[in-house]
Design a protein around this ligand. Structure first.
Ligand SMILES: NC(=O)c1ccc[n+]([C@@H]2O[C@H](COP(=O)([O-])OP(=O)(O)OC[C@H]3O[C@@H](n4cnc5c(N)ncnc54)[C@H](O)[C@@H]3O)[C@@H](O)[C@H]2O)c1
Ligand SMILES: O=P(O)(O)OC[C@@H](O)[C@@H](O)[C@H](O)[C@H](O)CO
Length: 377
């Protein structure tokens, strides 16, 4: 079985690659990072280390790599033979890889009528559906009809904290032990792949929203509030009382929105929150606040981890979310010269002011949440 995986980064090697290996796939990683691709081809294996008191190491084998900048033809060829395609490149890169995937699918469909599924493993609602949209823009209406018959784009939610790696071995990835990979079953074409560790569900929406609006909503608190207090890592920030108060408050607010929308059991949801807070405090992981806070414009988007739970909370309770508003303020004030979106956000604020900037990035226009945030600035 051949899997073609786009993005040989933290989650690609540390999570998706590891599960695919255990499910007997050969994984061909596609990436633009020449160093990583060369290393994968040279070593043909890498280690995934579980960051815990009793650490374990999994050696991932049956891997190869293709540099999509220098060898696009090889990517097209691999797509022709693939049994599964997965991605973990970041939501903004989906439009870029769509071109090459479209070429691969156009060529494949001429000689191979086997069904193929393409799963985007990104932190967003509807990642695979968005990738499909980008791919379909590249092909004709006739081809779209042929694609509809054999290519599936099941949406997915992936959860495992994989920080930026600072190891001597460039392929080694240190990951937290916890993981969850949930994929929507009805969107599959042909057989559902047998991968241990994947949970197939009929409706992904409650799962992806629960994950994004708990794990990722919680995560931005030590990132943005932590950065404003001068902390460098999530773990350091999590030991600050103010961060602890805001994370509990923000997760109670997003929790209320989720519970009322999806009818989750209150006690189970509280346990989920407690588990996640415990994960952020894992002393064996060093995760930078700048990784977790990366891309603040994306993170302040209308369907992302801050704005969506805040507006949902207002819809279901008719109240202003005190803590999520503080997180929005901290996100708007987040500065990092190495982060293109953080620089752009500060430029927008300097040129247009907070209100107009927030209206633009959140697409909320005259929503009362905007006024609530403005009161705190
Ligand atoms: N790291 C985590 O804890 C985690 C957990 C769950 C989900 N995710 C999601 O997984 C995705 C990837 O995150 P990550 O942390 O692994 O990031 P990363 O930066 O470590 O990995 C992304 C990889 O994509 C590659 N890439 C960039 N442009 C490319 C292109 N045009 N073609 C092929 N490859 C390209 C990069 O070189 C890099 O190796 C994001 O959507 C993220 O939200 C991350
Ligand atoms: O990857 P992002 O930028 O969407 O979010 C940063 C982190 O919150 C994220 O990568 C988490 O570590 C991950 O979502 C845990 O499952």
């Amino acid at each position: 079985m051949l899997a073609v995986h786009f993005g040989a980064g933290n989650i690609g090697r540390g999570f998706i690659g590891a599960l695919l290996y255990q499910a007997d796939y050969h994984t061909t990683f596609v990436d633009v990072n020449e160093g990583i691709i060369n290393e994968i081809n040279e070593k043909q294996q890498y280690n995934v280390v579980l960051a815990a008191e009793e650490s374990e190491t999994l050696t991932v084998k049956n891997v190869s790599g293709i540099n999509s900048i220098t060898d696009p033809g090889k990517v097209i060829e691999a797509i022709g033979k693939a049994d599964l395609i997965t991605t973990a490149v970041g939501p903004n890169i989906l439009a870029i890889i769509a071109k090459l995937i479209a070429e691969g699918l156009q060529k494949r469909i001429k000689t191979n009528d086997k069904s193929l599924n393409i799963i985007a493993c990104e932190n967003m609602v509807g990642g695979s559906a968005l990738l499909k949209e980008h791919i379909y823009k590249q092909v004709t209406a006739d081809e779209q009809q042929q694609f509809d018959k054999v290519f599936g784009f099941p949406n997915a939610a992936v959860d495992r904290i994989v920080p930026n790696q600072v190891n001597e071995d460039p392929l080694l990835v240190s990951v937290e032990p916890y993981y969850e990979w949930v994929v929507e079953k009805p969107a599959f074409k042909g057989e559902v792949p047998a991968i241990d560790g994947v949970t197939y569900v009929e409706d992904l929406t409650p799962y992806i929203e629960r994950k994004l609006f708990t794990v990722n909503t919680g995560h931005v608190v030590p990132a943005y509030i932590g950065r404003s207090l001068g902390y460098a890592t999530i773990n350091e920030a999590m030991h600050d009382e103010k961060v602890q108060e805001i994370i509990r408050g923000a997760l109670n607010e997003s929790g209320e929105a989720l519970i009322q929308t999806y009818h989750f059991d209150r006690t189970e949801h509280q346990n989920y929150i407690d588990t996640i807070i415990g994960r952020f405090m894992n002393p064996y992981i060093s995760d930078e606040v700048t990784r977790v806070g990366r891309g603040p414009i994306r993170k302040l988007g209308p369907r992302d981890r801050i704005i969506r739970p805040a507006s949902l909370y207002m819809d279901v309770t008719d109240k202003v979310p005190t803590y999520l508003v503080q997180v929005i303020v901290a996100a708007l004030q987040y500065k990092n010269e190495q982060d293109e979106e953080a620089v752009k956000l500060q430029q927008m604020i300097a040129e247009q002011g907070y209100e107009k900037t927030l209206q633009t990035v959140s697409e909320l226009d005259t929503h009362p949440l905007i006024a609530a945030v403005m009161k705190e600035l």
